[in-house]
Design a protein around this ligand. Sequence first.
Ligand SMILES: C[S@@+](CC[C@H](N)C(=O)[O-])C[C@H]1O[C@@H](n2cnc3c(N)ncnc32)[C@H](O)[C@@H]1O
Length: 314
Amino acid sequence: MKDERDRKKHDEFKPWVDPVLSETDIFEMELLLDAIARRFGYDFRQYSEDVLKRRLNLYRHECQAEYFSELIPNLLHQPGAMRHLLQCMSVTVTEFFRDPSFFKQFNQMVVPILRTYPFITFWCAGCATGEEAYSWAILLKEAGLLDRCRIYATDINEDALNEAKEGVYSQEHFEKACHNFDLTFGKKDSNFHDYCQQNYHAIKMSDNLQSYITFAQHNLVQDGVFGEMTVVSCRNVMIYFNRTLKQRCIDLFNASLTSQGYLCLGESEAIDYSELEHNFVTIDRHCRIYQTTTPAPDSNEDPLSLEDSGGSIR
Ligand SMILES: C[S@@+](CC[C@H](N)C(=O)[O-])C[C@H]1O[C@@H](n2cnc3c(N)ncnc32)[C@H](O)[C@@H]1O
């Protein structure tokens, strides 16, 4: 009987509906977040409140637990439980050339300036399963710039990064990618096929493209700067964070950029709440592409330096 009730509860769960949580639920959620931060070093306490409620409620539901506090012993004693929680916390929805108008605009407004640079470094923060990083590589190849580029693509989610490193995607992904490629570049001699091998069920990104990208784990909550980046792209990531954490990210990106480097936030984010707003000029208001106006701080003096903070490039 209880199993049947549990099954019904499971079937009726609607993850898209914001849960109504009691004061006790919120208190237990905070205890859970403290336990996760102290035991595993993943600190989600500065994610937005709505995101925390929605994602932790999903995790509670998947674990078939009645209370958030029940999840603590589960996490501490069950191997693999933290990995499962990380999957619930990290929304890895993405696609090749997501928001083609953004890439089109970058191509028109920034690429001509990048052509004058001898070497270009890219940091794609929150790259999920890699599609955005490969899109950057393709855009740079189309511009004839890839040979002088290095792309660092990072995420908190190691499983997503493993998929990104493999570079194997479904046929469905491929069709959308072809469509977005055409919207980005218009009619051209080249097309998305040129950058992957295709079989009946899947595509595999070309080894050449992969050789320009380094995928690495990096947590925007606590890890440090990637020094001397010409371009930092962090799209559809900070929407999950509260204001304090967004501010930290902007500080981090500002410290990572070279003088007159470019910051790309995409349509869903802006820097107008940040104290560093005056350090940037707006290149495109709609696509939220900015350029730093001040020299980046000396990375030796930076308190967020990668080495100190435990961040890694593998
Ligand atoms: C919706 S995806 C965005 C992917 C891609 N940038 C795009 O625009 O399509 C958000 C990604 O942010 C990552 N993320 C969430 N919190 C993070 C953190 N603290 N540090 C680094 N990445 C994080 C998630 O794991 C997820 O892969």
